[in-house]
Design a protein around this ligand. Sequence first.
Ligand code: LMR
Length: 396
Amino acid sequence: MFEDLTAAPADPILGLADLFNADERSNKINLGIGVYKDETAKTPILSCVKKAESFLLETEQSKNYLGIDGLSLFASATQELLFGLDSSIITEQRAKTAQAPGGTGALRIAADFLARRTKVRRIWVSNPTWPNHKSVFQAAGLEVREYSYYNAQNHNLDFDAMISSLSQVSAGEAVVLHGCCHNPTGIDPTPEQWKIISDLSLKNGWLPIFDLAYQGFGNGLEEDVQGLRTFAESHPELLIASSYSKNFGLYNERVGAFTLLAANHDIAERAASQVKAIIRANYSSPPAHGAMIVSHILNDLDLREEWIDELTHMRQRIHRMRQLFVKTLQEKGAQQDFSFITQQNGMFSFSGLTEAQVLALRNDFGIYIVNSGRINVAGITLDNMSVLCESIIKVL
Ligand code: LMR
């Protein structure tokens, strides 16, 4: 039965991590997968996470199943981060959140929910976008279309082209928006632009789906959800797939959340019951450990403060590396102007390097970046900065 199968292509991001791990060069540098590294190029466990884990070790009494939609304290803390503490969405109970196995799991819940329980058949993603978006939505049976986003020549958001292509989205179709730190470009709409997109969405009747994997990595926890909140203020319905992989450093614990916003509490309840049926038929109920950590930290004043400090430290380190990267490229004699990189947000820099240059960096220097030219700035350290910039200049 299996003999006729051909090999599937390697995943553009996780496949690259495999290649990196197999590379025996001791001076190799991994700037591929979006994982935070500290000053010593290690992916740390946050101190607040360690404390929450000690607490759980002492107090956890049972490993009984969670409910289909996970921990309720996790859900309420998630909604506070998304909509704000005093949001009327929360007091009116218009939102329902289900714990999910990572942001990808949340996206797949959204995809299955749309494909099986709504009339949505077509979904729009930005060009470019995180490559797995297409795979997840297509796997659920949705047709995926692209809207314009990036101006490769000017290295910025092509807002006119974005609005023009989004104007073709029909009522009842879904549109995926990156809440902050657009992956892969690092370029986000301004607050004014968010408002224009939101008005267009409302006027034309799209279902917005926010992918929020980097809250806190752009400009701050509150600042990074301004676009989402602009939409949530005016839209009766939207979906959110959020992730705690990056902002809690809980990559392998797979902690994410699927949140559904409906016009009123009653509709939200009914829709959430359908979401639960989808989850039950998929993986039954979510894993507990990571969500318990997040929930404990977000519901404990001291640990929450500590988390915000640690998140701020991560954001600031990436920001410093971004500035220094551009400066070092200049100092080492790059002929091209890379200053556009300082305008980008979050973990990634869309460098403008071509696929041939990316391959040369990998083959000749053991430097791994995604074929699209996306560099994980969080993987740059003071120690690898010089050799990275010198190598880039050699392949330019
Ligand atoms: C990335 O874009 O590198 C991360 O979101 C990791 C992944 O799953 O692709």
